[in-house]
Design a protein around this ligand. Structure first.
Ligand code: FES
Length: 362
C-alpha cells in the first residue's frame, strides 16, 4: 500500500458494510392486520353492495346527462345560476356525478374487496462499494496532500477571501434591478417621469405627432383619428426648446395619445366624464394597457381601437372599455377642452397611470 493510501485512512474513517448492517438492523414487517371484509362474510357482502350502488349512481348520472342533452336547448333559461344556463348546468352536474361515483366506487372496491397481499420489494443498496468509496477518498486526500493546502495557510486563506468576495457583486448587482418606477434618478431632468405622471396637465395643448401643430376641433372629420402628443414635447426643454434625449423618450413614450372624432350622441360617457369630450372628440392614451404597444388601428363604424400586438380591442365610444383580448383595463382617457384661441387642450392630467396594468394600481 502506498504512503498516500495509508494517509487516506488516517484522514477519513470509512465504515464497512458489516458495521452499517449491525447499526441498522432490518425491523421486519409488522403483523398483518386483516380487514373486516377479509374475515366477516357479512361485511364483505355489504361492501360489495356499496360498490355496486356507487356504480349504479354513476350509471344514473350518465342517463341524466343524455336526457339533459335532449331536454334542454343551449340558451334555455339563461338566468340559471348567474347566466350559466339550464343546459350547461345539468350537463355539467350529471357528467361530474357520473365520473365522481365511478371513481369512488373503484377506490372502495380496491380498498375493501380486492386481494390484500403484503409485498416486500428489497431496495438495492444506494451506496457505492467499500472499495469504490476507499478509492475515491484516497484520490481526494491525495489531491489535498499534493496541493499542500493544509501546509500553506497563506494560499488557503487568500483563496477563501477571494471566493467569499465573489458573492458580493451578486448582492450589489441586485441594485440594477432599478429604482422603483416612481423613483427615477434625476427625475427633475425628465419631466413627466415616474409611473404616476406624464407631461399632460391642465391647459397643455394637444398637438400632432411629429409636426407638433395644434389641433382645432374643426380640423377633424367624423371618423378621423390623429396621433398626438403633449405640446411640451416641442417646447418643454430649457428656454422653450424641444425636449431631447432621455427626456424626449420618456415624455413621448408615456404622453402619446390618440384623438378621435365621432358623432357626439354615439359617445357613452363614463361616470364623471360627461364633459371630457369636445364636439364628439375624445382623447385616450395610445399605450396599450396589456404590455404597452402603441395602438392606432381604428375602425370608425364600431369605434373600436385594435392593438396589433395581442389583439386587445377597446371601445372608444364607451370610455375605451376592453371588448376583446388580454388587456385588463380600459385605456386611460385624457379630458379635453378648448383654449381661448380655439385649440384642443387637456382640461386635466390623466387620472390614472398610463401603460401596462401589471403594476397593482388603485
Ligand atoms: S400589448 Fe396590446 S394587446 Fe398586448
Amino acid at each position: 500500500m502506498t504512503e498516500s493510501h495509508d494517509h487516506a485512512h488516517e484522514l477519513v474513517n470509512v465504515p464497512d458494510d458489516a458495521v452499517v448492517n449491525d447499526l441498522y438492523a432490518n425491523p421486519g414487517i409488522p403483523e398483518h392486520q386483516w380487514r373486516p371484509t377479509d374475515v366477516d362474510p357479512k361485511a364483505e357482502k355489504r361492501a360489495e353492495r356499496q360498490v355496486a350502488a356507487l356504480f349504479g349512481l354513476s350509471a344514473l348520472c350518465t342517463i341524466l346527462l343524455l336526457v339533459s342533452y335532449f331536454v334542454f336547448d343551449i340558451g334555455d333559461d339563461p338566468d340559471v345560476v348567474g347566466g350559466l344556463g339550464a343546459s350547461n348546468l345539468f350537463l355539467g352536474l350529471s357528467l361530474a356525478g357520473a365520473l365522481l361515483f365511478l371513481g369512488i366506487g373503484i377506490i372502495q372496491w380496491a380498498r375493501k374487496l380486492m386481494a390484500d397481499h403484503e409485498i416486500v420489494e428489497d431496495r438495492h443498496p444506494a451506496a457505492s462499494s467499500t472499495e469504490d468509496r476507499e478509492a475515491t477518498i484516497a484520490a481526494l486526500n491525495a489531491g489535498l496532500e499534493e496541493s499542500g493546502i493544509g501546509r500553506r495557510p497563506l494560499v488557503r486563506n487568500s483563496l477563501l477571501g477571494a471566493v467569499g468576495l465573489l458573492g458580493l457583486p451578486a448582492v450589489v448587482l441586485l441594485r440594477d434591478l432599478g429604482p422603483t418606477p416612481n423613483q427615477v434618478k434625476n427625475s427633475g431632468d425628465y419631466p413627466g417621469a415616474g409611473i404616476e405622471h406624464t407631461l399632460w396637465k391642465k391647459g397643455m395643448r394637444v398637438v400632432r405627432d411629429v409636426v407638433g401643430t395644434p389641433i382645432r376641433p374643426g380640423d377633424l372629420e367624423i371618423g378621423d383619428l390623429v396621433n398626438a402628443e403633449p405640446e411640451a414635447i416641442f417646447n418643454g426643454g430649457a428656454d422653450g426648446e424641444p425636449l431631447e434625449g432621455v427626456a424626449l423618450q420618456i415624455g413621448k413614450s408615456k404622453g402619446a395619445v390618440v384623438v378621435v372624432r365621432m358623432e357626439p350622441d354615439e359617445i357613452t360617457p363614463g361616470k364623471g366624464r360627461e364633459n371630457w369630450s369636445v364636439d364628439g372628440i375624445v382623447c385616450y392614451s395610445k399605450i396599450c394597457t396589456h404590455v404597452g404597444c402603441p395602438i392606432s388601428l381604428y375602425e370608425r363604424t364600431t369605434h373600436h381601437l385594435l392593438c396589433p400586438c395581442h389583439q386587445s380591442t377597446f371601445d372608444l365610444a364607451d370610455s375605451a372599455k376592453v371588448v376583446f383580448g388580454p388587456a385588463a383595463r380600459p385605456l386611460p382617457q385624457l379630458p379635453l377642452e378648448v383654449d381661448d384661441e380655439g385649440y384642443l387642450v387637456a382640461s386635466d392630467a390623466f387620472d390614472e397611470p398610463v401603460g401596462p396594468s401589471f403594476w397593482e394600481r388603485g
